[in-house]
Design a protein around this ligand. Structure first.
Ligand SMILES: [Zn+2]
Length: 221
């Protein structure tokens, strides 16, 4: 059945046609053009399925996105953050971040947990054996002034929140918590997050596919 050619469709000239959705009214699984006169389906489509997949080659937030902070890291095996100085931290700080520059800036420690994959945090990890400090993330006074207008307590607090968010996003990048969705021929990638809400996927998923989001998130691969 169906109308796939001139002759097929020609036989319905003058008939009563209708467009019908099957399944839940708000969310039909199939939509069809039918000939009421003949009682047959002329054309129909199934609803595409919504899939959420891990982005295997995501953008690097430190390279591909703007950021307020600078991450300086020391690690024997991993190239982490923005800067990987050769000289030891003491020497690097003396040269690049002397004590008088601390005022009006934000400086937070970075810790790495290295056990079947790496994860980063601005808070120490509880496991002493597989974790330790790898560096710092900082925003100097001039960067904070440029972003927030001044170095008031409120601006410093905003800058601190911003740096923590950057650490969180970089950690998600390191852990591979970066996602995309596919719906029919449509797709969108590079959503960072550990929960559906946090990823913000729902803002780009087509309206009609939104009811499928929760299930697709549970089944993500
Ligand atoms: Zn007909």
């Amino acid at each position: 059945m169906g109308a796939h050619s001139y002759s097929d469709l020609r036989s319905h000239i003058g008939h009563e046609l209708e467009c019908v959705g099957y399944g839940e009214e708000a969310n039909p699984v199939n939509v069809a053009i039918q000939c009421v006169t003949c009682g047959c389906v002329l054309q129909d489509y199934d609803r595409p399925s919504l899939a959420i997949r891990r982005h295997t080659d995501p953008e690097d937030p430190r390279k591909d996105f703007d950021h307020l902070g600078t991450m300086v890291c020391w690690h024997r095996r991993y190239k982490l953050g923005d800067l990987q100085p050769i000289e030891p931290p003491e020497d690097w700080f003396k040269e690049n971040y002397p004590p008088e520059e601390l005022k009006g800036s934000v400086l937070l420690p970075l810790y790495l947990y290295d056990h079947s994959g790496i994860t980063m945090s601005a808070e120490p990890f509880s496991c002493q054996w597989d974790s330790g400090q790898v560096g710092w993330i900082f925003a100097k006074a001039e960067a904070i002034k440029e972003a927030y207008g001044d170095c008031s307590d409120a601006s410093l607090s905003s800058a601190r929140e911003c740096l923590l968010a950057e650490v969180k996003q970089y950690d998600q990048y390191l852990r591979g918590a970066v996602w995309g969705w596919e719906y029919g021929d449509d797709s969108c990638w590079d959503y960072f997050g550990d929960t559906l809400e946090e990823t913000g996927l729902e803002h780009s998923v087509p309206e009609e596919a939104k009811p499928l989001l929760e299930a697709a998130w549970e089944a993500r691969e």
